[in-house]
Design a protein around this ligand. Structure first.
Ligand code: FAD
Length: 321
């Protein structure tokens, strides 16, 4: 069954986030020969439309409005609902990011639809679209399908392969004029934490430190390894609670959920709440001086040793590659 699939792309610092391309790839499967429509909203975003074609959109809708300069649930939900009303899609996808998590329940409730949140995989079985999503903090996975009505899902970053970029693809770009009533929330200033340039939730490689790093200076060897690998730096709550690093780095049940290709855990014991945020990483390397540490139960490769010796050795070796 050919479907019309709407993908709400996400922009950060004037660039499209990678999860938007992952959602386009998923949309292509769901569309089953129908139409994939990319939507990009902001104050001035028309320059980003072409990239959505390169990653699979058949048509692009831009929504430009000064009230969309910064993300607000209020402004973006008004804009998105008007686009949904004019397109009348069969399916809607967006990233399971902070924005996606914030806005998708509101849209679903306004549309009186269900919502499959945090999808990590999509299969097509005849007419059915079957989503895989984690439950019980990632300890199990369930499969869900929408039996009737709108298919609406958020896609967890780093789980669905992006289509190969095709710069020859192009198409129609339509600017949708939306009316946005006075916003109840005004963003006055966005203050960025000066952490590494790589976004933790979309990083392909993460070097994470735990209480074993012993101090904020103890993160330095991890920062150096991350720099060489082009990785993001993360942390356990133990390290955050001890004030070795900022809480924005926390990975786990009450922190960020990550699924990088490579997760290097340094001086992290592997408490269940930490595993909830990283155990679905594709390859896990654990460095811990305690051979009994629980982290080794989920690790693909374990190094029993002092992280202050092992991490600099890894950095030197990776520099040679
Ligand atoms: P520890 O458990 O103290 O482990 C430190 C490890 O470092 C040890 O295994 C030790 O052998 C090793 N080590 C020490 N020195 C070295 C060295 N020189 N070289 C190599 N290894 C060394 N935790 C999270 O991480 N994320 C969460 O989101 C989270 N949410 C929580 C929510 C709730 C409701 C609760 C109750 C707890 C939560 N926690 C969370 C806390 C969690 O239970 C653990 O306390 C925490 O993960 C421990 O952090 P850690 O592994 O860094 O520290």
């Amino acid at each position: 069954m050919a479907r019309k699939v709407l993908v709400f792309a996400e922009v950060r610092e004037n660039e499209l986030r990678n999860v938007s391309f992952e959602a386009l790839a998923a949309a292509k499967d769901i569309a089953a020969g129908g139409e994939v429509i990319g939507v990009v909203a902001g104050e001035s975003v028309s320059g980003l439309a072409e990239t959505l074609f390169h990653y699979g959109a058949d048509r692009v809708i831009t929504v430009e409005n000064e009230k969309l300069k910064a993300y607000t649930n209020d402004g973006y939900s008004q804009a998105y609902l008007q686009v949904i009303d004019s397109v009348q899609p069969d399916a809607i996808l967006m990233g399971h990011t902070a924005q996606g998590k914030d806005i998708s329940p509101k849209l679903a409730s306004k549309l009186s639809s269900g919502l499959i949140s945090d999808a990590t995989g999509i299969e097509i079985d005849g007419e059915d679209v079957i989503f895989t999503r984690p439950i019980y903090s990632g300890k199990a996975f369930e499969k869900k399908k929408v039996k009737e009505g709108l298919i609406f899902a958020t896609i967890r970053p780093n789980n669905i392969s992006v289509l190969e970029k095709d710069e020859s693809r192009s198409g129609e770009v339509v600017n949708e004029d939306v009316e946005i009533k006075d916003l109840r929330t005004i963003v006055k200033e966005v203050v960025r934490k000066s952490t590494s340039g790589v976004d933790l939730s979309e990083a392909k490689v993460i070097v994470a430190g735990g209480r074993g790093v012993k101090s904020s200076e103890g993160f330095e060897p991890l920062n150096e390894l991350a720099e060489v690998l082009g990785a993001a730096v993360g942390a356990s709550r133990g390290a955050c609670d001890a004030d070795y690093c900022d809480y924005s780095l926390q990975i786990g049940q009450t922190g960020k959920v990550v699924t990088p290709d490579l997760y290097i855990a340094c001086g992290i014991s592997g408490a269940i709440q930490h595993l909830a945020g990283m155990s679905n990483s594709k390859v896990i390397v654990a460095i811990n001086k305690d051979p009994e540490a629980n982290i080794f139960n989920v690790a693909d490769y374990g190094i029993v040793g002092d992280l202050f010796e092992v991490v600099p050795m890894l950095t030197e070796e990776f520099k040679k590659v």
